[in-house]
Design a protein around this ligand. Structure first.
Ligand SMILES: Cc1ncc(COP(=O)(O)O)c(C=O)c1O
Length: 390
């Protein structure tokens, strides 16, 4: 009998690991050996989930509210999210268009699965959030990375979308504020992109997961500009609930039935205790805690950006949101990957090399996350200063 190898789908060749996870594992290994590491690689808030949310989750557990919810989500939570759009943005979003998901990740998967046929293209920014291209690939679509730089505030814009939209393009996927660059897309540009996509028979997917973490004014939701865009959001970042695995998708009304079918099949429902806990996320008491944390993030950004510029990192625009700084390191190294590992080994500072975010000049960029208190960021800067011999 011929010896057969075990099957592995062809798509797996195109699904890459998160390099930062390997760097994090090395950082943990060094810590286990007694080394002190300053973590500026981690993409989640260091703040614990606010107490009112935890208490609501505990109450749900104690009451035994642990059965499946409807696939589209707990009705009260969908209503609470609709009310949040009204109170925060002054935008009417009917609860019927809101789908509660397992994180923004679940929302991205549902949106992309509902839109993409094999061979269809989705425009994404490069650099950008790496999972996006993998979600598209998972559905047998082709992610088209569009190089973005300082000239477009590290974001797609209407001109870039028009330039790269092809016969097989069905959507452009943007994040505002973005991971890894922290930059925002102005509302007029979102509107123009949505309009262009609609004219070409496509749509715009806007990932608003970092909304709430915007430091000079507030971001406006893309839902204010069009009813035909897909908007992704999450309880992970602003609400400090990463591990609860909860987010949402706002879909154009005509897609809700389709998304419902998909959610029933893929997830059955988002986690029930998390959904009950999230009912407390919009309470004034919780929002007061979150807004204080937002000020803390702003203070961290305002400390770190000038400190890095002084060290020779190129940061052409001060990032407006999220908790990331995508810094050019071309004046300091030709290989950001080797730089990040060397910095970790020799100076005990962990940062993310550009390679995780795309193919456009990754070797000349690194991402700093300010998900640590200012004192720790200052220690990181002191170590960087010594490492660079400044
Ligand atoms: C831009 C962006 N979208 C989506 C996600 C997924 O987040 P979650 O599934 O925790 O909501 C992340 C996580 O880092 C992100 O940075």
């Amino acid at each position: 009998m011929n010896k057969k190898t075990l099957p592995l789908a062809r798509r797996m060749r195109d699904i890459e690991p998160f390099h930062v996870m390997e760097l994090l594992a090395r950082a943990r290994e060094l810590e286990a050996q007694g080394r002190s590491i300053v973590h500026m690689e981690i993409g989640e808030p260091d703040f614990p989930t606010p107490q009112p949310i935890c208490e609501a989750g505990i109450r749900a557990l104690q009451k035994g509210e642990l059965f499946y919810t409807p696939a589209l989500g707990l009705p009260q939570l969908r209503e609470a999210i609709a009310a949040f759009y009204q109170s925060r943005y002054g935008v009417d979003v009917p609860a019927s268009r809101i789908v509660v998901t397992s994180g923004a990740s679940g929302a991205l998967l549902l949106a992309i699965a509902a839109l993409i046929d094999p061979g269809d293209q989705v425009l994404v920014s490069d650099p950008g959030y790496p999972c996006n291209r993998h979600f598209v690939r998972l559905m047998e679509g082709n992610p088209v990375g569009v190089a973005v730089g300082a000239g477009s505030n590290y974001q797609l814009n209407p001109e870039l979308i028009a330039q790269h939209w092809g016969d097989r393009t069905v959507a452009a996927l943007v994040a505002s504020p973005s991971n890894p660059t922290g930059t925002l897309i102005p509302p007029q540009q979102l509107e123009a992109m949505a309009e262009f996509a609609a004219q070409r028979g496509g749509t715009l997917i806007v990932d608003e997961i970092y909304h709430g973490l915007v430091y000079d004014g507030d971001a406006m939701t893309a839902l204010a500009t069009s009813e035909n865009v897909f908007v992704i959001n999450s309880f992970s970042k602003y609400f400090n609930m990463t591990g609860w695995r909860l987010g949402w998708l706002v879909a154009p009304a005509v897609y809700v039935r389709e998304i419902d079918k998909l959610a029933q099949n893929i997830f059955l429902a988002a986690p029930t205790p998390s959904q009950h806990a999230a009912l407390a996320a919009f309470e004034p008491e919780t929002v007061a805690i979150l807004e204080a944390r937002r000020q803390e993030f702003r203070a961290r950004r305002d400390y770190l950006v000038p400190a890095l510029r002084k060290l020779g990192f190129d940061i052409p625009h001060t990032p407006q949101g999220a908790f990331y700084i995508y810094a050019g390191c071309g004046a300091l190294t030709r290989d950001s990957f080797a730089f990040a590992y060397d910095l970790l080994e020799r100076a005990g500072v962990a940062i993310t090399p550009g390679i995780d975010f795309g193919a456009h000049a990754p070797e000349r960029h690194v991402r700093f996350a300010y998900t640590r208190p200012v004192e720790q960021l200052a220690e990181g800067v002191a170590r960087l200063t010594a490492y660079l011999g400044r």
